[in-house]
Structures are given as C-alpha cells and as structure tokens.
Design a protein around this ligand. Structure first.
Ligand SMILES: Cc1cc2nc3c(=O)[nH]c(=O)nc-3n(C[C@H](O)[C@H](O)[C@H](O)COP(=O)(O)O)c2cc1C
Length: 188
C-alpha cells in the first residue's frame, strides 16, 4: 500500500459555530483510506508585519513547517465582503514570506466554502485562486464545493447534515489525493 497522502487543512473563520469549520470536520470524516488530515487552527496568528518576516512568531514558524511537510492543502473559508477573510489572507501572507521561502511553493490545494448567502462563497474562492497563481500552487479545479444557505445544512452540534455536500466533499478529497499523487509522479 502507498504512503498516505498527508493533507493539512485550515479554516478562514475563527467563529466557534463556524459553518466552514463544519465543512472541515466533515472532511475529516469523509477522508479516503489512503489519506490523513491534520487541521491547523489559525487563531492566535498575529497581524503580518514585514519587519518580522525573517524571524516570525513561533505560531507562524509552526504553521509554515506544517505546510512544508504536507503533501497537499485543504482550505475552507467563508466569503467576507465578496473576498476572503482577513484572517485567511493574513495567514497566507505570513506563510508566503520572506521572498524565496514561500511555504506554499508547488503545493496541491483544494478549496471549500460555506456561506449564508446564495452563492456559497464563490467570489471568495475565485479571489483565493488568484493568490494561488503568485504562490505557485496547484489548485484542484473540480469539484467546486460551495455550500449556500449554510445555516440550513449544519445542525446545532456543528455537524454537516446535508448529504449532497457530504458527497461533494468525498469527491473533492478523492480528487485531491489523485491530483497530489499525479503531481508527484516522476517523468519517465
Ligand atoms: C465581515 C463579514 C462579511 C460578510 N460578507 C459576506 C459576503 O460577501 N458574501 C456572503 O455570502 N456572506 C458574507 N457574510 C456572511 C457569511 O456568509 C456568514 O457570516 C458565514 O456564517 C461565515 O462563515 P462561518 O460560519 O464559517 O463563520 C459576511 C459576514 C461577515 C462577518
């Protein structure tokens, strides 16, 4: 059996009852057998200060080290004001610096979003994909996991109750594992 694909997940909402945290929790339940998921909590990452980028706070060092060790990344995020939340952008900015030490370099990545609105966070996903270009990441194109009207699909315990979204997350994870293995293949 091949080594499991190590996935690092993080969520762009710090809210205790976050619907995006519910998506990440569901992902940990729906993982393919040949994958492992560790979730990094972005709580406690201070605002980015370029004066500190070469010697960042300990929590940022840990975040960068975990990204580098991971075979693939999984991001779940809400949409804030038609874009990604500052918490997520801030974490990405830290981990991309200093120049020449971008922890995201060459990483496969998959995205999920949940929103109480009708577009399910689609606009935030496309903003995030724009940053992936500069970060030189390899985003998975499909399936697109966007959960609109999230409040109707997550129960009072934070469990994702919606079977359609669970099915999509299962497909996303399978596709991410395949994509990651494909990118690791050595040319003949
Ligand atoms: C500052 C802020 C801006 C928001 N902007 C949007 C938006 O542009 N589009 C949208 O669909 N929802 C927007 N929302 C509503 C979020 O979809 C909703 O708060 C959602 O629950 C956030 O995700 P979470 O449950 O993971 O915290 C916004 C919420 C906040 C707090």
């Amino acid at each position: 059996m091949e080594e499991p694909v190590k996935i690092l997940g993080f969520v762009g909402s710090l809210r205790k009852g976050s619907y995006n945290k519910a998506l990440m929790r569901a992902a940990s339940e729906l993982l393919p057998e040949d994958a492992a998921l560790e979730v990094f909590d972005l709580e406690g990452i201070p605002p980015f200060n370029q004066d500190l980028e070469s010697e960042p706070p300990q929590v940022v060092k840990e975040f960068k080290a975990k990204i580098k060790k991971a075979d693939a990344l999984l991001i779940a995020s809400p949409e804030y004001n038609y874009s990604i939340p500052g918490v997520l952008k801030n974490a990405i900015d830290w981990a991309s610096r200093p120049y020449g030490d971008n922890a995201f370099e060459g990483k496969p990545v998959a995205i999920m979003s949940a929103s109480i609105g009708r577009l399910g966070g689609a606009r935030a996903q496309y903003h995030l994909r724009q940053s992936f270009v500069f970060l030189n990441m390899h985003p998975l194109n499909r399936p697109e996991v966007m959960m609109p009207f999230a409040q109707e699909h997550v129960d009072e315990h934070g469990n994702l109750a919606d079977e359609t979204t669970r099915q999509l997350i299962r497909q996303l994870l399978e596709a991410l594992v395949q994509w990651t293995r494909k990118l690791k293949e050595k040319p003949q």
